[in-house]
Write a protein that binds this ligand. Sequence first.
Ligand code: 5GP
Length: 139
Amino acid sequence: MAYDPENIFAKILRGELPAHKVYEDAHVFSFMDIFPQGKGHTLVIPKAPAENLFDLPGDALANLIQATQKVSVAVRDVFEPDGVLIAQFNGAAAGQTVFHIHFHIIPRWEGDALPGHGHTGRGDDAELAVMAKEIAAKL
Ligand code: 5GP
């Protein structure tokens, strides 16, 4: 499938849709997931247009995973979870719903069930804004 420049994350990158921004550099953009699977659920995307892992050139992928590590450290510092889940889905059959490659950063706590991917309610914008600021302050 060809990359669709009208996907939601492409619109966020172009500033056509709002996002609770956490981090940005020349290669990547990071923001809060608005249907979080848990407190602190953060996304990291490349600025390069690529649908999935198979389409992203190696140098852009290297920047993306390094930024994911950097943002994950900040997320861990803010929320002090027991663990951090890093997830990435390729194709609808694998669970991908937005077709611009992204890494999920999801803090995890012992005994807390992980809600199903794509089955969560919309997060509260005021709370997401506070979390984004807290994470950004660590970067
Ligand atoms: P995927 O299912 O493709 O792995 O992940 C897409 C993620 O984007 C989901 O976790 C979903 O909650 C999130 N999402 C969908 N629409 C929006 C949006 O408009 N803004 C933000 N920040 N996240 C979104």
